[in-house]
Design a protein around this ligand. Structure first.
Ligand code: PBG
Length: 342
């Protein structure tokens, strides 16, 4: 190479099996590609996260998440019906709480008539077949933006768990099907499971945010729920360090032991190795959360014409399936469903 002379060899150096093995044969037509694809993305794999706000007839765009809306309860119910008609099995609710309702005590979190609980009731009435998932953490209701109580400058674990149990029961009472603890306090899954059992909510399942990392990818979400301004400091004393992998396995084992029915890894794309390890080591229902920052990056690049948004959306979701995830929480859910439904 680079000398201008041709190599001496007469016989071309092909892999020994050529031409018997021509992998391109199976890529030659759409029919063969479809026939031999190892993993599929289906509408059944989608959980759609939705933001709820107060008012009526309101749909307000979230600036940092192009295409995502904050909806009033009536509009969330409409969106839920649409999701169900698209075949999406589950929706996940996140409240945008009015700043006046945020306090240090976070009592709005277990108010039976808070935004989230009103939305659950509305959805279960209009479309009972759709699974409703909730988020359990204090941050939307906390004046300082943290997922737990801040007492004397410290995020207090056990006091927070008590509050999370009250929040869980209020959501179950409202009709939630899946409880999603996203707070990362120790012992919360066991406490929630016991409380749910005691109060007769035997079939309310827990999808635990088991391996949730302290991540920069949550930026646009905190904007969407109005927590970015409020948050003092970071969440590193309770969310996981990006350098850790074995710790994630311990978190999964612990949450399963405490009664989690399903587990989640969050964020998604930057933690695909964790997804793969979890599925291989535990074989339990495993979900990834393609978080706000992942969504925003794809949308921003697509809007600039730098990538093909639709292709990258589908490719990123297929990556979760390939890594072993049973499903994905994604803001793209309705868009994907429309494409998959043809
Ligand atoms: C809060 C919570 C967060 C997300 C879901 N629940 C943010 C955080 O931990 O600060 C992030 C979701 C996203 O970025 O899309 N308990």
């Amino acid at each position: 190479i680079g000398t201008g002379t041709k190599p001496e060899t007469k016989m071309p150096v092909y892999p020994a099996s050529f031409p018997a093995a021509r992998p391109r044969r199976l890529r030659a037509t759409a029919a063969l590609r479809n026939l031999t694809r190892e993993n599929e993305l289906s509408v059944n794999d989608l959980i759609w996260p939705v933001f709820v706000r107060d008012g009526e007839g309101v749909e307000e765009p979230v600036m940092s998440m192009p295409g995502v809306l904050r909806r009033s309860v009536d509009k969330v119910v409409e969106a839920a019906v649409e999701a169900h008609n698209l075949g999406i099995p589950a929706i996940c609710l996140f409240p945008y709480t009015d700043p006046s309702l945020k306090t240090e005590e976070c009592a709005e979190a277990w108010n039976p008539d808070n935004l989230c609980n009103r939305a659950i009731r509305g959805i279960k009435k209009a479309v009972p077949e759709l699974a409703v998932m909730t988020d359990v953490a204090l941050d939307p209701y906390n004046i300082n933006g943290h997922d737990g109580f801040v007492i004397e400058g410290e995020i207090r674990n056990d006091e927070t768990v008590e509050a999370l149990v009250k929040m869980t029961l209020a959501q179950a009472e409202a009709g939630a099907d899946i409880i999603g603890p996203s707070d990362m306090m120790d012992g919360r899954v066991g406490a929630m499971r016991n409380a749910l059992e005691q109060k007769g909510f035997r079939n309310v399942s827990i999808l635990s945010y088991s391996a949730k990392y302290a991540s920069g990818f949550y930026g646009p979400f905190r904007d969407a729920v109005g927590a970015s301004g409020a948050l003092k400091g970071d969440k590193k004393t309770y969310q996981m360090d990006a350098g850790n992998s074995n710790e994630a396995m311990r978190m999964i084992a612990r949450d399963l032991d405490e009664g989690a029915d399903m587990v989640m890894i969050k964020p998604g794309l930057a933690y695909l190795d964790i997804c793969h390890r979890v599925k291989t080591e535990f074989g339990v229902p495993t979900f990834a959360y393609q978080v706000s920052g992942e969504y925003a990056m794809i949308q921003a690049a697509a809007q600039n014409g730098w990538i093909n948004g639709e292709q990258v959306m589908l490719e990123s979701l297929m990556a979760f399936r390939r890594a072993g995830c049973d499903g994905v929480l994604t803001y793209f859910a309705p868009d994907v469903a429309r494409i998959l439904n043809g």
